[in-house]
Write a protein of this length. Structure first.
Length: 370
């Protein structure tokens, strides 16, 4: 791990030099872990397990007494600073020690309140540091995954898929969405997952027309679509998978919608290769769905990256374009949602390889009968 972290820091320092930033304040939890190995978690947005300060010469991990021993153990490349009264009060002294003139901070994570606290402390001690908001400076490093990261994602996905295979044995009329969601979450924990990647979705009948449905007390019936979306988190890495199944005999609408979504997924997966536009991959699936008469019924993007965060770059979407490179990981998850009937979504995880897309899933997205 220390070798990987050292390589990542080296790449980051090159980026800092290119952006004329002498010190970077790392606040995003996933970025902090990626660059240090420190696994402390921010329990909510207005709480932090710590921050990294990185310049061309020094590495500091600032945290409080709750995480001090953990930081020492998990981040051996860093000097640990344990603050007692919060980061803002300690920061002027740290920046003075580092000789910082331009401090980059992750604008997506720093609250306006915290920005005010920091500037107040800097002004108070007349510390002439310029605060420079930065975006995606670490996230750009995380887009292309190392082989060890891909293996971690593969293991997290394997847990999620094994639990689903077992769950299908217990699927029967009368069981509720909530009961199935709990069985999935409990099963992933028992199978070795550190946690779930996100709250599991189980949506039956017309509820499945809601892409981010919340499992409720609705009873599962024969002949209706049952949409599952779930994932396991293992060693920090998140898997994400969707399947849609039906008990008993499906109606003609299900058969047509399902086949359209499945074909769109396969066509988009076949189109993925290095140098391909992410926007163009989305268009392959979207055009097919529209050609089959379901225009406007696929409202979200085709896919997103997964890694230490459940949603990260690259995005396969009509809204943001990116050239795909070997080592990028993404979901491919077309869907069709009909409000008075229900919905179908099929989601696999892929890795961009030199010769195309490698599908990480082992379960077949084309099987829907239970």
């Amino acid at each position: 791990m220390s070798h990987s972290v050292a390589n990542r820091i080296e790449k980051l320092r090159l980026s800092l030099a290119e952006n004329s930033i002498d010190t970077l304040l790392v606040l995003v939890e996933e970025n902090r872990r990626y660059l240090s190995g420190f696994t402390g978690e921010d329990t909510q947005f207005d709480e932090s397990a710590g921050a990294l300060l990185i310049n061309q010469d020094k590495l500091l991990l600032a945290t409080d007494s709750r995480y001090e021993l953990q930081a020492v153990s998990e981040a051996p490349l860093y000097d640990i600073v344990c603050y007692k009264d919060g980061l803002a009060k300690e920061l002027p002294g740290i920046l003075n020690e580092l000789g910082t003139e331009r401090l980059g901070f992750e604008s997506v994570r720093m609250a306006f309140r915290d920005y005010g606290k920091i500037t107040k402390q800097l002004d108070k001690v007349k510390c002439p540091v310029e605060l420079v908001p930065v975006e995606d400076i670490v996230e750009k490093l995380r887009i292309v995954k190392e082989e060890g990261e891909i293996e971690a994602l593969r293991k997290a996905l394997s847990i999620a898929e094994s639990v689903f295979t077992e769950l299908l044995q217990h699927l029967k009329p009368g069981i509720t969405e909530k009961e199935l969601a709990w069985m999935m979450e409990k099963g992933m924990r028992e199978a070795g997952a550190d946690s779930i990647s996100f709250p599991s979705i189980v949506a039956a009948g017309t509820n499945s027309a809601l892409p981010h449905a919340i499992p409720g007390d609705r009873v599962i019936n024969n002949g209706e679509p049952i949409l599952f979306d779930w994932g396991a988190r293992l060693n920090g890495y998140c898997s994400d998978i969707s399947r849609t199944v039906v008990m008993g005999k499906p109606d003609r609408t299900f058969e047509k919608v399902f086949q359209t979504v499945l074909d769109a997924q396969r066509m988009a997966t076949d189109a993925i290769k290095p140098g391909m536009s992410s926007k163009a991959v989305d268009k392959v699936a979207r055009d097919h769905i529209e050609a089959k008469g379901f225009g406007g019924k696929f409202g979200h993007g085709l896919g997103h990256g997964t890694g230490l965060a459940i949603h990260e770059s690259p995005r396969l979407s009509p809204l943001k374009d990116m050239v795909l490179e070997p080592g990028m990981v993404s979901t491919v998850e077309p869907g069709i949602y009909l409000p008075d009937w229900g919905g179908v979504r099929l989601e696999n995880m892929i890795v961009v390889r030199e010769n195309g897309a490698e599908v990480l899933n082992r379960t077949d997205s084309g099987k829907y009968l239970v």
